[in-house]
Design a protein around this ligand. Structure first.
Ligand code: ZN
Length: 80
């Protein structure tokens, strides 16, 4: 039996088997720097930020009486 390859996570600093990391072809070892768990947390935080931004944009549109914000306006804001 081979010892499973491990890698230290850039997020939680825990050494975990490579199966705990998502693949990333842009990385030298073919895996992301953060483990799946940390990546998920990061993605959730990011999604929260994007939702907040979209909400702010909607509020602005209402305040300025600019009419209804279209899907494309929101997409433009959150693509930032
Ligand atoms: Zn981690």
């Amino acid at each position: 039996m081979h010892k499973p390859q491990t890698k230290q996570c850039n997020g939680c600093s825990v050494e975990k088997p490579l199966t705990h990391f998502y693949g990333d072809k842009t990385q030298k070892d073919g895996h992301m720097r953060k483990c799946k768990e940390c990546q998920r947390t990061y993605d959730q935080q990011r999604a929260g930020t994007l939702r907040r931004k979209a909400r702010l944009a909607t509020k602005d549109a209402n305040r300025n009486h600019a009419g209804t914000l279209s899907f494309y306006d929101v997409a433009f804001v959150i693509s930032d």
